[in-house]
Design a protein around this ligand. Sequence first.
Ligand SMILES: Cc1cc2nc3c(=O)[nH]c(=O)nc-3n(C[C@H](O)[C@H](O)[C@H](O)COP(=O)(O)OP(=O)(O)OC[C@H]3O[C@@H](n4cnc5c(N)ncnc54)[C@H](O)[C@@H]3O)c2cc1C
Length: 384
Amino acid sequence: MQQFNFPFVATNQEETQLRNEVRSFLKAELDSGGYQPSADCWMTAASPEFSEKLGTQGWLGMTWPKQYGGHERTTLDRLIVTEELLAAGAPVAAHWIADRQTGQQIINFGTEEQKQTLLPKMAAGKSFAAIGMSEPQAGSDLAAVRTKADKTATGWRLNGRKIWSTGAHLCDHMIVLARTSPAEGRNRQIGLSQFLVPLKTRGVEVSGIDDLSNHVHFNETLFEDVDLTEDALLGKEGNGWAQCMGELALERSGPERFLSTFILLEQALTVLRGKLDNQGLITLGQLIAKLRSLRIMSRGIARQLAQGIPSDTEAAMVKALGNAFEKEVVTATRRLLSTTPTNEWPAGLAALLDDAVLKLPANTLRGGTTEILRGIIARQLGMR
Ligand SMILES: Cc1cc2nc3c(=O)[nH]c(=O)nc-3n(C[C@H](O)[C@H](O)[C@H](O)COP(=O)(O)OP(=O)(O)OC[C@H]3O[C@@H](n4cnc5c(N)ncnc54)[C@H](O)[C@@H]3O)c2cc1C
């Protein structure tokens, strides 16, 4: 049985300085009406203009090599920027996936040409990417994907259907997991490959799906005889499963897994400050203690990733606990505020609360369901 590893990482002065820089930038944006804070901002609040501003600040592709438009900063610096953006409910959804995982996948597995063509635009906030893993019959059971890519004289022909593709309507590329050769007996993880698919290509159709809150932020993506050049293959043919698992570790390890609803708590406190009874104070204290613990765990993961230490199980743990925390924030805030909005509520709080409630069910599904994450953790504990 292996142990979990969450090293404690102390803060330092440079970090505080970076945090203050991001806060000043966000305050100026907010004051000038640049955005309206929202819950779940990293998935549903997209503003390509805002993403470009972050690119200009040097806050996208922060850890990537300078030769590809990155800034060669630490994973902790990146964590600080992402924490501040999430805590402020800023409109970061457009670039989120490219910055969090697609860029790093390209750095890890891409050809020189893929790196030179795509990464600088992503780091500038001018090119966005989507995740093409799930299909109607393949969610938790990802190895069941049916999308397939067949070799042709000039490259590959892609056919299939992806679902829940977040932001694909704004993106120019999607990393698609597809079958390139048959499974070997019961081992379905064999024969899968990843492709960097340009979405503005003949045969690709992206259509929006309404979520519970009436937003279109995810899509169904259809691939019908899409001809891809040879260099659309990302990494090695047949290595798709292993590559995908690495991508999922990037996807699960960030603070967005516990900060999606933080903005709600912060805004509610403008009404609640000084008015909570003992029970209310206990509830608030518990939330803050949990948040502090999750942040310490998240910083530990960032440090480990920087040192090249795999942290998949630790990331699964933060996501599972973080999703439970996000839900508690909404439940507790609803209880602490009166159920009917009063004149004291700041503008936007009622809408923020409604929106957070409607978006909440998605949190424990996206990026791997709680049951699947618990399975990963149980395996690490030697329980299965
Ligand atoms: C908001 C949102 C955004 C998303 N964005 C993307 C995206 O950009 N790209 C993408 O590819 N996908 C995306 N997804 C899809 C997401 O990854 C899947 O929804 C998720 O993996 C679950 O798959 P499923 O929906 O098919 O549910 P299923 O896998 O059918 O699961 C249904 C239920 O059964 C449980 N279950 C399944 N298998 C097991 C098991 N072995 N043990 C115990 N319980 C089990 C699950 O926990 C769940 O409760 C997104 C989903 C959401 C909600």
